[in-house]
Ligand binder design. Structure first.
Ligand code: ADP
Ligand code: MG
Length: 315
């Protein structure tokens, strides 16, 4: 099977929301009136972002999920995406599993595949996503204000335990392994929540590198200090030793939850949002004048976290 047949068979779907989809030299889309485009991209390289042999359905799901998560963090409505796929060979079983995972999520959020590129080489998946957000209303990292609350969706830590387990660093029971694998392989992008936070959150980011590291980005971009209460940060139901659990929750990464700031006056509104968006929201700290992220341990003293997060060129 050649390149064109491969694209036709596995990736050409109706793209009703585009003016012109797959098949020409470029796709054409028409932005809606009063909207700005929000554009993000994420690449996943075998052996670097995922383990060799990861099932293709999960890869299709996750490659899109991490991009949808960027849309969520901006409060944008995801609309279109492109897919640049580098494949070592044409493996039809792999391709159909990958396409299934990819389109399962695409259909759920009404986002259309409108183009891409297909090449041969070491397995790598790169998606660029385009969303829309009302002019001037995107959630940025830079809007946190002294006095704001800090909120976290869901629970962090489980995806990072799946990574440790697959690297052979920890041994966990079957049920826990499955739970963590689900979090790592099929994250739930918080798209509905992100859009609902427009006009409420003053800043937002999705947790990809670790809770502390990503909050550090908000603190820096906003020119504020973030104070976290460790006792308030939710823990996943994992039976690992306490120090490891804390490390996973604070610095693990790959969670794709949203962490955001909002004025204290909006507390009830945020709590109501948790119900309408169908995700738990926990108040984990507050914003003050200053810089960086400080963590108050369970005894009320400031603790020095072991390791902040992941950086491709520092780790
Ligand atoms: P060109 O030679 O102009 O770069 P290609 O031959 O690479 O075009 O691609 C042909 C068409 O198929 C284009 O519309 C391109 O956007 C689309 N396409 C290529 N690869 C993919 C892919 N992996 N997923 C979706 N569309 C793709
Ligand atoms: Mg091309």
């Amino acid at each position: 099977m050649g390149e064109f047949e491969l694209i036709r068979r596995y990736f050409t779907r109706s793209s009703a929301n585009a003016v012109l989809g797959i098949g020409d030299d470029a796709a054409l889309v028409a932005p809606s009136a009063g909207m700005q485009l929000a554009i993000a991209a994420d690449t996943m390289v075998e052996g670097r972002h995922f383990f060799p042999g990861t099932d293709p359905h999960s890869l299709g799901w996750k490659a899109l999920a991490v991009n949808l998560s960027d849309m969520a963090a901006m409060g944008a409505d995801p609309r279109w995406f492109t897919l640049c796929l580098t494949l070592p060979s044409v493996d039809e079983r792999w391709l159909s599993g990958f396409a299934e995972g990819l389109f399962a999520l695409a259909d759920r959020f009404g986002v259309s595949l409108i183009g891409g590129d297909t090449t041969s080489g070491p397995l790598s998946i790169s998606i660029q996503i385009i969303g829309e957000v009302p002019v001037g209303r995107a959630l940025r990292r830079s809007g946190a204000q002294a006095g704001d609350d800090v909120w976290l969706s869901g629970v962090t830590g489980a995806a990072a335990l799946a990574v440790r387990q697959r690297m052979g660093e920890v041994v966990v029971g079957d049920l826990e392994r499955e739970f963590c694998a689900g979090k790592l392989d099929r994250p739930e992008p918080r798209v509905v929540l992100g859009q609902a936070l427009r006009g409420i959150a003053t800043s937002a980011i999705d947790v990809s590198d670790g809770l502390l590291a990503d909050l550090g980005h908000i603190a820096k971009a906003s020119g504020v200090q973030i104070l976290l209460d460790q006792w308030a940060i939710p823990l996943p139901p994992l039976s690992v030793r306490a120090e490891l659990l804390d490390e996973l929750v604070l610095s693990g990464g790959d969670d794709y939850e949203l962490v955001f700031t909002a004025p204290a006056s909006r507390r009830t509104l945020v709590e109501d949002l948790a119900l309408s968006a169908g995700v738990s929201l926990t108040r984990i700290g507050m914003v003050e004048a200053g810089n960086g992220v400080a963590l108050f341990g369970r005894d009320g003293h400031i603790v020095q976290p072991h390791k902040a997060g992941f950086d491709h060129f520092l780790n």
